[in-house]
Design a protein around this ligand. Structure first.
Ligand SMILES: [Mg+2]
Length: 231
């Protein structure tokens, strides 16, 4: 890992000059930091704990600048004017997964859409597992390498992939507001697997189960992307 002097100084400053909260707020600060960092490390809570204890972005910096493919899919309600997120599934190149359902979607309209009722709604988990758009945005940003706290750097640079990507990309970006509100370090575009397979003349395998479950669709996308890469 090559690091310029200025980056090294920034790292040192952010490591040691973080305003250190005084007890008893230190405990609250640690709990909050752990809960934020926890999202980052997925199934490795030990690393999240170390990150919190060291209280520095050392672990974050280790991966800075590295690319990470994110394969994702969304289900949504659209009416020709607006796109309303129903669910989102993401699978990272390193195997981590994320699946969330939007509590704030317009469920009345969704339940009135026969196609969604036939294809999407039966695949969803119980509604008590749904979360707010804000919560989805925080989790997605953390999952995609975003800052976990103000004083940390992004963990990695995400590279987004979807299948027939246009609507998925818009509905994902709108979690953060306008296009210019995208999280730091995100590319302002998504790569479309459909375009790639057309260019390569590749024939993807048909998805056998879970069609229109966003996570299952994202898993299929990752599998087929890897199959194409190895072809
Ligand atoms: Mg889908």
């Amino acid at each position: 890992m090559q690091m310029r002097l200025s980056e090294l100084l920034t790292l040192a400053a952010s490591t040691f000059l973080v305003p250190c909260p005084r007890p008893p707020s230190l405990i609250a600060w640690s709990v909050r930091t752990f809960s934020e960092v926890r999202l980052h490390y997925g199934r490795r809570p030990g690393l999240a704990f170390l990150h919190t204890i060291v209280g520095s972005p050392v672990f974050v910096f280790c991966g800075k600048g590295k690319g990470m493919r994110i394969f994702f899919d969304t289900e949504f309600l659209e009416d020709g004017k607006t796109i309303d997120l129903i669910s989102i599934g993401m699978v990272r190149e390193d195997g981590e997964e994320l699946y969330l359902v939007n509590q704030e979607a317009d469920w009345r309209r969704i339940y009135a859409e026969p196609w969604l009722m036939d294809n999407v709604v039966p695949q969803l988990p119980p509604m008590r597992e749904a979360v707010t758009r804000k919560r989805i945005a925080i989790a997605v940003n953390a999952f995609c390498g975003g800052r976990v706290a103000q004083w940390t750097a992004p963990t990695f640079n995400p590279e987004f992939w979807a299948y027939y990507a246009d609507y998925d990309w818009v509905v994902l970006c709108q979690l953060f507001g306008r296009m210019i509100d995208l999280p730091e370090g995100w590319p302002m575009y998504c790569r479309d697997f459909k375009q790639l397979i057309d260019e390569r003349g590749f024939e993807p395998k048909k998805q056998e189960t879970g069609d229109h479950n966003a996570l299952e669709d994202a898993r299929w996308l990752k599998t087929e992307f890897l199959r194409l890469s190895e072809a």
